[in-house]
Ligand binder design. Structure first.
Ligand SMILES: *Cc1c(COP(=O)(O)O)cnc(C)c1O
Length: 475
């Protein structure tokens, strides 16, 4: 090969490609037997993976060997069937291959002329989401890296549409359980922390609409209420705010309604989820995360807007060097509808997986994971030492182990921290913690398509055993 190019022979490409696919298949096949939590400290990782770039290249077999020996073992598996922490994320193999195709063809998904099919795939996939949510035909959106960027985009639109130049006075309302990306988006947009008002929640951890109405009324004379960010599946409890009532209030008060449905949105594919999410179709903008409950490999988020044109109004700029590829109302340039000019084709992996499995399979899987969360709740409730703090609403249940009836909150917190740590150390499962009204809770979120009843049973049993062991150690 000419040493001033980066070309490879077909034989080399084929060998590497086949070996990579075999490696990925091995990952899928051996996942249930692997440890869930794997991590090493910085010093060790520096030793294994640090150092300057090599001047001379190495062979492909050896290189793939390095990935398998030095990289892969030092990562926890968010796609593990017993990963119940945070919001888990198990991609499908079809989705992974879709990403391989998008990377291999190096698809550019910024402009129509450079990627008409990529733009259309994105329009199509986002239109599927629009239909599922029941939003009007004017609605549309774009795929972004994730919920954080989608929330930021939603807040940018809210500011553009409802606040204008009055940034100093604007107030955003959200529940005390809102995701931190809402605070971060507000910070990026130059709002002070006091401009994000946290409204209390009711006994089911949903935003208290009466309290919201009071807060808006109280602020209105002096400040400029302009946006409500409602939760559709908050990260700690999975609760869904009363979206219809919030929509009524927003209409009444002229507020932008953004729904953070990063985790919960795809539950509309299940009848119970559909009922809980009623009212989401009235939002001005919605955040969705296909890389959570739609089983798309990282990264894939989505901002869906009631009036697609609003994205164009907020983001469109046409410099001289892009005039040749300028978009139009039909031949849409996604780069005119968001933060980024160069964009990969996230739509392909979503499109391929849904086309392959069919929507019915997705409905069944989402329904089954909801059932599993309820099953987890039943198993936890059956143990008198365990207090369920928030029941499984979508597919998250939060709880605490109570070592003895008289235990105070601090003692309970220490015991539960220790349980969480020992679950991780066991390698058998992953659960994470959060706080509900100042109480430390453990939470178990069932999302992954590969989770079975036995995985839930084993994990609850592990928690029970560790709870008993930790209590015994401490008494
Ligand atoms: C995950 C999540 C986010 C952030 O999304 P990323 O894809 O991690 O950027 C925001 N809101 C909620 C409710 C989430 O669950």
């Amino acid at each position: 090969m000419n040493e001033t190019t980066l070309e490879m022979s077909s034989t080399e490409m084929r060998r590497l490609g086949h070996a990579v696919v075999e490696s990925i298949i091995r990952h899928f096949e051996t996942l249930p037997e692997q440890r869930v939590v794997n991590w090493s400290g910085r010093d060790e990782m520096e030793r294994i993976l640090g150092g300057p770039a090599p001047e001379e290249g190495m062979g492909l077999d050896e290189l793939l060997g390095e990935f398998e020996e030095r990289v892969a073992p030092h990562m926890s598996h968010v796609d593990h069937p017993r990963m119940f922490g945070f919001i888990p994320s198990a991609g499908t193999f079809v989705g992974a291959m879709g990403d391989a195709l998008a990377a291999g063809y190096n698809i550019y998904a910024g402009t129509w002329i450079e990627g008409a099919a990529a733009q259309q795939l994105e329009l199509t996939v986002v239109d599927w989401f629009r239909r599922w949510l029941g939003m009007p035909e004017t609605a549309g959106g774009t795929l972004v890296s994730g919920g954080s960027v989608a929330n930021l985009t939603g807040l940018i639109l809210a500011r553009e549409e409802r606040l204008g130049d009055l940034r100093e006075d604007g107030v955003i309302y959200t529940s005390e359980l809102a995701h931190s990306s809402v605070d971060r988006a507000a910070r990026i947009l130059g709002f002070r922390p006091d401009q994000v008002r946290k409204v209390p929640t009711d006994d089911r951890y949903r935003l208290d609409v009466a309290a919201l109405a009071d807060a808006v009324a109280e602020d209105a004379p002096r400040r400029r209420p302009f946006c409500v960010v409602a939760n559709a599946g908050d990260t700690t409890t999975g609760s869904v705010d009363p979206l219809t009532q919030i929509a009524d209030l927003c209409t009444d008060r002229g507020l932008w309604m953004h729904v953070d449905a990063a985790y919960g949105g795809f539950a509309v594919l299940d009848p119970r989820g559909r009922a809980l999410l009623a009212g989401i179709e009235r939002a001005d903008s919605v955040t969705l995360d296909p890389h959570k409950w739609l089983y798309t490999p990282y990264e894939a988020g989505c901002i869906l807007v009631r009036d697609f044109q609003r994205l164009y109004d907020a983001f469109h700029i046409l410099p001289a060097y892009l005039v040749d590829v300028a978009g139009g109302p039909r031949n849409v340039n996604m780069c005119d509808h968001g933060l980024t000019l160069s964009r990969g084709c996230r739509a392909l992996k979503i499109w391929m997986a849904i086309k392959h499995f069919g929507l019915a399979r997705y409905r069944a899987v989402i329904g089954r994971t909801m059932d599993l969360a309820r099953y987890a709740q039943e198993l936890l409730e059956a143990n008198p030492k365990i207090e369920v703090v928030s029941p499984a609403v979508l597919s998250v249940v939060s709880f605490r182990y109570i070592p003895s009836p008289g235990s105070g909150d601090e003692a309970i917190e220490r015991v539960n921290q220790e349980i969480r740590q020992r679950v991780w150390d066991s390698g058998k499962a992953m659960i994470t913690s959060s706080r509900v009204r100042d109480r430390y809770v453990l939470r178990l979120a069932v999302v992954n398509h590969n989770a079975r009843r036995s995985d839930v049973e084993e994990t609850v049993r592990l928690i029970e055993e560790l709870g008993a062991a930790v209590s015994a150690d401490r008494s």
